[in-house]
Design a protein around this ligand. Sequence first.
Ligand code: AP5
Length: 217
Amino acid sequence: MNIILLGPPGAGKGTQARFLVDARDMVQLSTGDMLRAARSSGTDMGKKVAAIMDAGELVTDEIVIGLIEEQLTTTKAPGGFIFDGFPRTLAQADALGELLAKVGQSLATVVEMRVDDDALVARITGRYTCGDCGEGYHDTAKQPAKDGICDNCGGSNFKRRPDDNEESLKTRLMAYYKETSPLIGYYYAKGLLQSVNGLDSMDGVAEAIKSALASVE
Ligand code: AP5
């Protein structure tokens, strides 16, 4: 079952994708994570996208479609793929449909996560992750059980993203409303859209997504 988690920055796409990976043997394809990995390994592409990402603008369609194409043709996903942060433009959505068809697959559903802007600011500015295993945390919503120690791997190397500040969030939100929110209508018209209340607790959102997936199984 291939699904898209669609929502603005901070909606909880990454958090819910990790739950689904654990629960359903799915593979998370996050273009944001792929681009950050390219940056840290210092590839030419990584250097090219660094300033764009920090400013909160969108990287070109060509780059992100290329990243997804590579994954779709080389990665095995017994439980299906979760597209997290992709597609973000109509051109990316068209490309995804074509790429899936090429490998004999299709989309089961698109789950839109609805969250209002005030909550997004609080979530983004409070977010940090374990630099060793990638487990996500938040200053108030989710702290490690033992202060300064990652629950998942025991590491103590926490970090914050350079684009997680109010200024770049404004640009990211603008990009979402301008370029990505038209995908809500696009997938609704294809009969694939389901919406959940992303303002609920993490477990509450996970339950809502579980029901959404059960309805198309
Ligand atoms: P990307 O990494 O995709 O960032 P994003 O879409 O802005 O999404 P986030 O990762 O910020 O949020 P999320 O929805 O995953 O929330 P999370 O679960 O972490 O993209 C970064 C950049 O890369 C882009 O700006 C762009 O430059 C580029 N890029 C990437 N993909 C691209 C593409 N396809 N095209 C072009 N450019 C692209 O949760 C946030 C916080 O809230 C966490 O601290 C979490 O603990 C907390 N939280 C989560 N759920 C809840 C809850 N229910 N209640 C309370 N707190 C919660």
